[in-house]
Write a protein that binds this ligand. Structure first.
Ligand SMILES: [Zn+2]
Length: 618
């Protein structure tokens, strides 16, 4: 019994050892007799069982467990130490075993999902033991140890930490430890399987549209958007979607290539999209898609090499830029397209970009009081530049008018969107066309002291709407974090095609389906000397020179305006989120991007949009 007593001292409260087949039932009873929590799973089924749960029908209340984070495969927020020395990630075997040599400490940071468990098969060499620690800022660590030689599995219940950012630390002592398929699982309420097949694809990208000015993102939003809201109610709304930069060119290049800005390099006023990078239009054209673009932004032009892979290309820079024009063009395009192959259409509108022209009469309903101040683009076409340079100071009343002009322009877009949707519906009454709706970036209205866009990574600039209309998933909201780089992998997944290798994003379809994931969803962004990462409810900023950045951490659930910095109180979250962010930036380096020669007319158009002369080369 001394042997068993020794085992009992090392047994965890909620860690379930799977013991060898020789163990007797009496032995098991004694082993579990002093477990603190009643959540101990009985020994028996292998952990892989969670992958074979039967799908639940919509509205079913049963929860299913699916993989959320395969630790061995995605070492984003992790570090490996032996003593005080940091090491490269340990070798990952083809079967996703993680080998920890004696003395190694491997730590993984993550936000714990709902219903989470930590599962792994364990192989201990000789007299090795595995120590597992659950660390969280401001909370006493929990520790467990496998001191018995025949312990073969971890099954650690993490449900009490759901929504908390924690670190899981594994320490190999006295010998090497092999972790087989170490993973964190989560529970999902609804599972479905979406069809993968060739189909028509439309991307609506609305320039400068911040998510919280749409009523299906923020119920206090003022703009009336009946067409968009009704369509979103029948689609999948991603509640936490982020752009990787703060102005048009880098973000649109990410949407249309699947590469992050620091990978495609189209990040400065003059930079062209490098020749060796393949655009989505080229990828789909090669797959016999009929491809068309309708664009109203001077940065998405042939000057910067975006005119590639399109069968039809319209850039309205020199003509009418109001989306009403596209609403007229789109039915004609659909009528003329070849019917013997699928199409890909990219529609990029700029109604909600300064000078917010599309609103017209709506501004008087949104802001009925008489107004004679500077928030008037007819009289002050360079208003935003004046505010940014400090030559004009906006009062709260001026800000109110500016926001009303912006919201009115969103309403103007909504009328066009309704017409474009109607044309699509006439073309495809069955609703099989895959539609992605998003913005390139948002707009700031003195939220953090400035106006316009192109300078910061605060939420008003990087939190974007992301809505996916896909047959088989209607009326859903997904709270997982996604980013602009996820669009291309999502499209390829939906079309049943393998995406090009090396893309940093992930398909959003498993999030819709409630299926297993390889890695926790996250989004990253970076402009000059300012980077950010969003993980669950937390957002970390790193600002300043890359060698010595300053960290700021915000809980977006409690503090969506990012006003209360938690960095000093949450060192563990800062440490592992920083590692994930810096690893992404380091492992996804930017190629040199060639510069464009800009024609005078285009220069004038970009100046009218408020860019030239004020755009930081970020
Ligand atoms: Zn833009």
């Amino acid at each position: 019994m001394d042997d068993l007593a020794a085992r009992r001292r090392t047994l965890p409260g909620r860690l379930t050892p799977r013991v060898g087949p020789a163990a007797s039932a009496a032995c098991l009873l004694l082993l579990f007799a002093d477990c603190a929590a009643p959540t101990v799973a009985p020994p028996g089924p292998a952990p892989e069982a969670e992958a074979s749960v039967a799908p639940q029908s919509d509205g079913g209340s049963a929860l299913s467990s699916v993989s959320y984070y395969t630790l061995a495969r995605y070492p984003d927020a992790a570090e490996w130490m032996i003593g005080a020395d940091e090491h490269a990630p340990p070798a990952v075997e083809p079967d996703e075993r993680l080998s920890l040599p004696a003395g190694m400490q491997a730590t993984y940071g993550l936000e714990v999902p709902a219903g989470a468990r930590l599962l792994a098969d364990v192989e201990l060499s000789g007299h090795a033991t595995l120590k597992v620690e659950l660390l969280e800022d401001g909370v006493e660590p929990e520790r467990w140890s496998t001191a018995w030689p025949d312990a073969r599995a971890l099954d650690l219940d993490l449900t009490g930490r759901a929504g908390h950012y924690v670190a899981l630390r594994f320490s190999a002592r006295g010998g090497s430890v092999q972790l087989g398929h170490p993973r964190v699982t989560r529970t999902v309420a609804t599972q479905r399987t979406l069809a993968r097949s060739r189909r028509n694809v439309v991307i609506f990208l609305v320039d400068t549209l911040r998510a919280d000015h749409l009523d299906f993102y923020d119920t206090t939003a003022h703009a009336q958007i009946p067409a968009l809201a009704e369509w979103a109610r029948g689609a999948v709304v991603f509640e936490h979607a982020y752009a990787p930069a703060n102005w048009t060119k880098p973000n649109v290049a990410t949407v249309l290539t699947g590469l992050q800005p620091w990978q495609h390099g189209a990040t400065t006023h003059l930079a062209r999209l490098p020749d060796h990078i393949t655009m989505l239009s080229q990828m789909l054209h090669e797959r016999s898609y009929f491809t068309g673009a309708m664009v109203a932004n001077g940065y998405i032009t042939s000057t910067f090499d975006f005119e590639r892979g399109w069968d039809t290309w319209r850039n309205q820079v020199q003509g009418p830029v109001d989306s009403a024009h596209f609403a007229t063009q789109l039915p004609r395009w659909l009528a003329r397209r070849p019917r013997d192959r699928p199409f890909f259409l990219y529609v990029h509108t700029t109604d909600s970009h300064a000078p917010y022209r599309a609103g017209g009469r709506d501004v008087h309903r949104l802001d009925p009081e008489a107004y004679a101040g500077p928030a008037n683009f007819r009289r002050r076409p360079q208003l935003l530049n004046e505010v940014r340079s400090g030559t004009t100071v906006l009062t709260p009343r001026d800000r109110q008018r500016l926001v009303a002009l912006y919201d009115a322009s969103i309403e103007g877009f909504d009328r066009s969107f309704g017409r474009m949707l109607a044309a699509l519906k006439r073309d495809d009454p069955e609703g099989q066309t895959l539609v992605v709706f998003l913005a390139d970036h948002g707009e700031e209205f003195l939220d953090h002291g400035s106006v316009g866009h192109g300078r910061t990574l605060w939420n008003e600039l990087v939190q974007i709407p992301m809505v996916v209309g896909i047959a088989g998933a209607e009326g859903m909201r997904v709270s997982d974090v996604v980013g602009s780089a996820d669009v291309v992998p999502t499209l390829f997944d939906a079309l049943g095609e393998t995406p090009p290798p090396g893309l940093p994003g992930h398909s959003m379809l498993p999030l819709i389906e409630g299926a297993s994931l390889d890695a926790p969803p996250l989004a990253v962004g970076s402009v000059r000397e300012w980077s950010a990462i969003e993980v669950g409810r937390l957002k970390l900023h790193l600002r300043g020179p890359s060698a010595h950045p300053t960290a700021e951490l915000y809980d977006l659930q409690d503090d969506p305006a990012e006003t209360h910095d938690l960095a000093s109180a949450r060192p563990l979250a800062v440490r592992y989120m920083s590692r994930a962010l810096l690893r992404r930036l380091r492992d996804e380096p930017a190629p040199p991007a060639p510069d464009a020669n800009i024609a005078p007319e285009l220069e004038a158009q970009l100046r009218a949009l408020g860019y030239v002369g004020t755009q930081r080369a970020n």
